[in-house]
Ligand binder design. Structure first.
Ligand code: GLC
Ligand code: GLC
Length: 810
């Protein structure tokens, strides 16, 4: 069942009923100021950091699920409704929510009054702009009462939902003209305030929540809206809100437009006040003026659209698969940008207060957006690398506002350092910018300890070499990529975090996933060293990589697949000998990608075992059989009910590793089959089961052991977005970046006739047409560039111009 449709022309997903199986959300903002907005106008806004600078209040875990947001109430002759359906839930005569790229639009109608509400954040602007149009579609005059509504968060989102003894007494507001200012804590330690303004003369306002809503009412029936008149209430403590009241007269056919702005302002410490107790509103007024007419708003909206066209233009494909085209051309690229901005901090599954930027997460995310915004990718790499320690280890996370490592969480996730080699080498392959290696980057944010980025890569590589266990395999530390395989944790206390607890100091638990990862990125490090003429270092590193391959073959092979790990006691994890958790996906993916034992047939065998034991109609599960009891020496993985999350859920992030493995042995049909199973646009028809948005990847789909296999969760903020984009473009379609140019190596379903790709790369435009006359999955027979046949499959780098490339497979 569908709850809407893709409008590819407009680059929108059109939700055509408010009654989706879960809130289907979108993100506003691309730089400093952000908003989350659901298909019923729920959500919130923040400046840079969803924990420390939250502008509007949102209650996770609420009933109904999505309650609180940017609400406009319309009282039309005592019928009260909202353009986004909620919170009144008054049945609408028509409803549409159009989620576009960094904007959302709500188009609805009730009793002959139509409304069109556009929400977005203009480029380089610290505020959300709402353009609301109301039109009288009848032949009689109408008088309607319009109320806006926004509830302020007292800035620190965590404190805001816990510290009531203080917070019920601190709230402060000011009202001037048509703007309501939120200035809680401004008089002491904050240099920032927020405002909610209207470009129209208002007929009243409210700023005290209980007065507006009524102590015993709810968002769905605020007493002020019911009464049809604002009270001009002033909040002193309790819960400050912002609501404008405007009386609107509409002649038959008449349309009126209103601009509302939710803005954020910072003032210098010595320039905070206009007069005693009255905030300096100079910047706020300038912001309000900037968008005080619908014309100005629409100009900024066009600019936003052009920005996106420019970004997406870097890769555009044309295949016979419509859902694939829309994913690659629009939605997957869009989601990669959102993960760049949010990491794992704020979604409808991430509260915005728990997690900052992850070291491994952000490095992996980079492979999804480096082609769009290489300069920002570079900045991101340098920020991440600065949270590394001198021995190559690193903080697991850092806060976006301070860019400093998160002490509470610490480090010792032994896969972390290797992902830096991934991001840096992918950055160079995209841009050709080797100079990034010379950037001086601090350790632990201490400038006095700065070293070149190349040195950071070296210590990343040797962090693994210096932390090997009894089988010469990498020690796992607290966990590797799988946050829940906690082999040194041994927790019996339900209040301990599995991620930060290490009750045993183990020098035995080893990870085959890190081993495979090390071979893949170790080889990348070797190649990089060779490229820059560091041949001695390359040779030394190559010897370590070879040792690791030997260790994997000797101690990491279970007969039909790669082991997953050795536990604290030195016992096998992910072996046929185990009763549960006999086989895991991660080591199959990474050791296959590394090609360990390729000639001996290990890769093919491992991938066949994945197919046999882990494949399901909804994707590949993480492990099998699922754990049914708590295994103290494995940690969190065995706490989840079977089929969920890391315990045999379809953890989408790691499916592409197997897909890449399949492409490396040329099995294009299998690769495509796996790809389609988790690709959201192909799941649109089962939305009632899948539950989450059909336009973005989710982190997890319930696996075959779950109560409801196929049900998706944790949409939006997942490394799945970047890995799938990388996999489809570089390994299935096979347009791969390399140091020397675009390497062409498709691995597609054998019944594809071919496809086209437009790719901007290092200043030149390539119009690539791949034809597949002999119905093969892999193998390039000839490549011609502007009619000239190449003698290998790498299109040499050009600094400008347009090139017609014809690739014949066979
Ligand atoms: C979450 C984390 C990621 C981790 C994954 C698997 O998505 O953000 O860092 O690798 O779970 O546990
Ligand atoms: C839980 C989740 C995992 C996530 C981690 C973050 O362990 O299962 O996916 O990465 O929390 O702290």
């Amino acid at each position: 069942m569908r709850y809407g449709y893709f409008d590819d022309e407009a680059r929108e997903y059109v939700v055509d009923t408010p009654l989706t199986p879960f809130p289907w959300i979108n993100y506003l903002g691309n730089k400093d100021f952000f908003g989350l907005v659901s298909n019923t106008a729920g959500g919130y806004a923040f400046y840079k950091d969803a924990k420390f600078r939250r502008l509007t209040r949102y209650r996770y875990n609420n009933v109904p699920m999505d309650n609180g947001g940017r609400y406009y109430y319309i009282n039309d002759n005592d019928t009260i409704w909202n353009p986004g359906f909620k919170p009144t839930q008054t049945e609408l005569d028509s409803y549409e929510c159009r989620h576009g790229l960094s904007y959302s639009r709500f188009i609805s109608e009730k009793n002959g009054l139509s409304s069109n509400l556009l929400c977005f954040i203009p480029q380089d602007y610290w505020g959300e702009v709402h353009l609301l149009k109301l039109k009288n579609e009848t032949d009689k005059p109408k008088t309607v009462k319009l109320f806006s509504f926004m509830e302020w968060c007292l800035w620190n989102a965590e404190d805001d939902m816990a510290n009531f003894q203080r917070n019920f007494s601190t709230g402060e507001v000011e009202v001037e003209g048509s703007a309501i200012y939120h200035k809680t804590e401004y008089k002491e330690r904050r240099d920032h305030f927020a405002f909610f303004s209207s470009n129209r003369k208002i007929d009243g306002f409210d700023t005290d929540r209980e007065t507006f809503i009524g102590m015993h009412n709810g968002f769905h029936n605020p007493q002020v809206v019911k009464a049809g008149k604002a009270t001009n209430s002033e909040a002193h403590g309790w819960s400050p809100i912002a609501s404008h009241y405007i009386e609107v007269e509409l002649a038959p056919g008449q349309e009126e437009e209103f601009v509302f702005i939710l803005g954020y302002v910072e003032n210098e410490a010595d320039n905070k006040w206009e007069s005693k107790g009255v905030i300096n509103k100079e910047k706020a007024l300038a912001m309000q003026e900037q968008f005080n007419t619908p014309g100005k708003v629409m100009a900024a909206f066009d600019e936003l659209k052009d920005y996106w066209t420019g970004l997406l233009d870097n890769i555009q494909i044309d295949s016979d698969e419509e859902p694939l085209n829309r994913m690659v051309n629009i939605w997957n690229q869009y989601q990669c940008m959102v993960t760049f901005n949010m990491s794992r901090s704020a979604s409808f599954f991430e509260s915005g207060i728990g997690r900052g930027m992850g070291f491994r997460d952000s490095n992996q995310d980079l492979i999804g957006f480096v082609h769009q915004i290489p300069e920002k990718a570079k900045e991101r790499i340098l920020d991440i690398a600065a949270t590394q320690f001198e021995d190559g280890g690193c903080y697991h996370q850092y806060q976006p506002l301070t860019k400093k490592g998160n002490h509470a969480l610490g480090g010792d996730f032994n896969d972390d350092p290797l992902w830096l080699i991934l991001s840096v080498t992918e950055y160079i392959k995209e841009t050709g910018d080797f100079s990034i290696l010379d950037e001086q980057v601090p350790f632990d944010n201490d400038e006095s300890k700065a070293q070149s980025l190349l040195h950071h890569l070296k210590v990343s590589f040797y962090h693994v070499v210096n932390n090997l266990g009894p089988h010469n395999l990498p020690l796992i530390g607290r966990a590797d990529w799988n946050d829940c395989l906690n082999l040194n944790c041994f927790s019996t206390d339900p209040n301990e975090s599995f991620q930060t607890t290490g009750n045993k100091k183990g020098k035995t638990a080893e990870s085959l996933m890190i081993a495979g990862l090390f071979v893949v990125y170790g080889k990348e490090y070797v190649e990089l060293c060779n490229r820059i003429g560091n041949t001695e270092e390359a040779a030394a590193a190559q010897a370590e990589v070879a040792n690791m391959e030997t260790a994997i073959k000797e101690h990491g092979w279970d007969g039909d697949w790669y082991l997953r790990a050795y536990d604290y006691y030195g016992k096998k994890v992910g072996s046929n000998e185990n009763e549960e958790g006999k086989i895991f996906i991660e080591s199959q993916g990474w050791c296959s990608m590394a090609g360990v034992g390729l000639e001996e047939g290990m890769v093919e065998k491992a991938l066949d075992s994945v197919k046999e034991r882990l494949d399901t109609p909804y994707g590949i599960v993480l492990n099998n059989p699922a754990f049914t009891k708590y295994v103290i020496e494995y940690g969190e993985i065995s706490t989840y009910p079977p089929g969920y999350k890391e315990n045999a859920g379809i953890f989408c992030h790691n499916n592409p590793w197997v897909i890449i493995g399949e492409t490396m042995i040329g099995r294009g049909d299998q690769a495509w089959d796996y790809f389609k199973k988790i690709c959201p646009a192909y799941l649109e028809d089962i939305s009632e089961l899948h539950k989450v948005e059909p336009y973005v990847y989710c982190q997890m789909i319930a696996g075959k052991d779950a109560f409801k296999p196929g049900e998706g969760k944790n949409s939006w903020l997942s490394g799945t977005a970047a890995w799938n984009f990388y996999t489809i473009t570089q390994y299935i379609l096979g347009i791969r970046t390399s140091y020397d140019g675009l390497e062409i190596d498709p691995c597609i379903p054998s019944d594809w006739k071919g496809f086209k790709v437009k790719r901007k790369y290092r200043g030149a435009n390539y119009h690539i047409e791949v034809v597949n006359p002999n119905k093969v999955s892999k193998g390039v027979k000839t490549i011609s560039v502007n009619g000239q046949v190449l003698d290998n499959n790498i299109i040499p780098v050009q600094s400008s111009g347009d090139y017609q490339v014809v690739v014949t497979m066979g």
